[in-house]
Design a binder for this molecule. Structure first.
Ligand SMILES: Nc1ncnc2c1ncn2[C@@H]1O[C@H](COP(=O)(O)OP(=O)(O)OP(=O)(O)O)[C@@H](O)[C@H]1O
Ligand SMILES: [Mg+2]
Length: 398
């Protein structure tokens, strides 16, 4: 895998050619610069995998090149080998102090150069791989039409994912003026988005954010909407982006319950979302608003695959059929949640997620199926024993 790109900086064309020939014959791509200035100009546009630089050059020398690279976050971790005719210990120390990773004294053995390049590249690749922490997924539920079941979907999805993963799931209630996820989970949070947003300018970290979250026995960690609508305006979109970005580094799933408006706060969450569950009831006003929403998402550059249609029957009959909805929206319906005469409202009134309150109700089963489509099913799951219900790993844990 020698396709790494190496920048060679040397004011001697002959030295450049020697190094280039050697590295190209070893399979590397080589770019050359004849001065520190030329190298820096190129480095403003590109990031190589490694830099080999002569120390003594007119103008910006190798040490200074190294120092300037280390000051720029995008170049700070690019390995640098310094080449020089000087072999004194003081020069080596100066090189390492400037941030060089290795040092070769001219005339050097080309085999040694190649070997050092190989070792440094392997080390920096390993470090980069170690730094890449897996990021969780942000899943938002949204509708421009109020009262269509966005919170029901968000809360039950968070519940299903927490149970399935057997580890906490973050639930962010961004319906800031009217959010009631805390009520739906019978939680009494002491702090909310408003408290955190006020602290955002002074520096937040994940521990502060987690201390503000109320914990549900299922493993849902809720960041609640403010207790009063008047506090909603304290929450700005920058705080939303910052906090959601922190959450997604620590939770496999961050589920967002949104307000039925496309304001800056909602957009901050939707911009960061991996999936958006666009919830609609099978009636014309909801369909019209879903269509407008899809147009907005398209103009915002969201890929079509980010949005999943969820039809929720909040009324018993007379609604639009699935075919009608799909042809109006030019998109297939991902999930349909049937009307539930009393279980949904009873669950809300008792502060228990529907999936816990009435797990075998058709609406709970549909919500569970939606969660299954979102949560990856572990490959090594043993098959169900004969006679057990036809539930996947998610269902069996509930
Ligand atoms: N499948 C369903 N069957 C019957 N009733 C339902 C269903 N889904 C939701 N409801 C009822 O619809 C009402 C609104 O639900 P929910 O609060 O989840 O919607 P929302 O879109 O979050 O509303 P809001 O815009 O006020 O935030 C609730 O009273 C709930 O009981
Ligand atoms: Mg709601």
């Amino acid at each position: 895998m020698n396709t790494a790109r190496i920048l060679v900086v040397d004011d001697s064309r002959l030295a450049q050619k020697m190094i280039r020939d050697r590295l190209e014959s070893a399979g590397y791509a080589v770019v050359t610069a004849s001065s520190g200035e030329e190298a820096l100009a190129w480095l403003q546009r590109e990031v190589p995998d490694l830099v080999i630089s002569d120390v003594v050059m007119p103008g910006i020398d190798g040490y200074e090149l190294c120092r300037r690279m280390r000051k720029q976050p995008r170049l700070a971790n690019v390995p640098v080998i310094l080449l020089t005719a000087r072999g004194g210990i003081a020069e080596k120390v100066a090189g390492f102090e400037a941030g060089a990773d290795d040092y070769l004294v001219k005339p050097f053995d080309p085999v040694e150069l190649e070997l050092r390049v190989k070792v440094l590249l392997a080390r920096s690749r390993a470090a980069a791989a170690g730094e890449q922490k897996p990021r969780g997924k942000v899943i938002s539920a949204f509708s421009l039409r109020g009262g269509v079941g966005v919170s029901t979907v968000a809360v039950n999805l968070a519940y299903a994912l927490a149970k399935a993963q057997d580890r906490p799931v973050a639930l962010a209630d961004l319906a800031l003026e009217s959010g009631h996820a805390a009520l739906m989970l019978d939680l009494r949070p002491r702090l909310s988005w408003a408290d955190l947003a006020q602290q955002e300018a002074g520096g937040l970290d994940i521990e502060i954010v987690q201390r503000a979250m109320a914990r549900h026995e299922s493993g849902i960690h809720l960041l609640a909407a403010p207790p009063s609508p008047a506090l909603a305006e304290l929450v700005n979109p920058r705080a939303v982006s910052t906090i959601l970005s922190m959450l997604v580094e620590h939770y496999a799933y961050v589920v967002v319950d949104t307000a039925s408006t496309l304001n800056e706060v909602t957009l901050a969450a939707l911009d960061l979302s991996d999936s958006i569950l666009l919830v609609l009831a099978p009636e014309l006003a909801s369909l019209k608003l879903a269509s407008v929403t899809l147009e907005v998402f398209d103009s915002l550059g969201y890929p079509a695959s980010r949005t999943l249609l969820v039809v929720n029957w909040t009324f018993p009959q007379g609604g639009l059929g699935q075919k009608h909805i799909e042809s109006a929206l030019h998109k297939s319906v991902q999930a349909t949640i049937p009307y539930e005469k009393s279980a949904v409202v009873q669950a809300i009134n008792r502060g228990i997620p529907l999936l816990q309150f009435a797990p075998s109700s058709p609406a709970a089963e549909a919500l569970l199926e939606l969660a299954r489509q979102i949560a990856p099913v572990p490959a090594a799951t043993p098959p169900s024993p004969p006679g057990s219900p036809r539930l996947g790993p998610l269902g069996r844990r509930l």
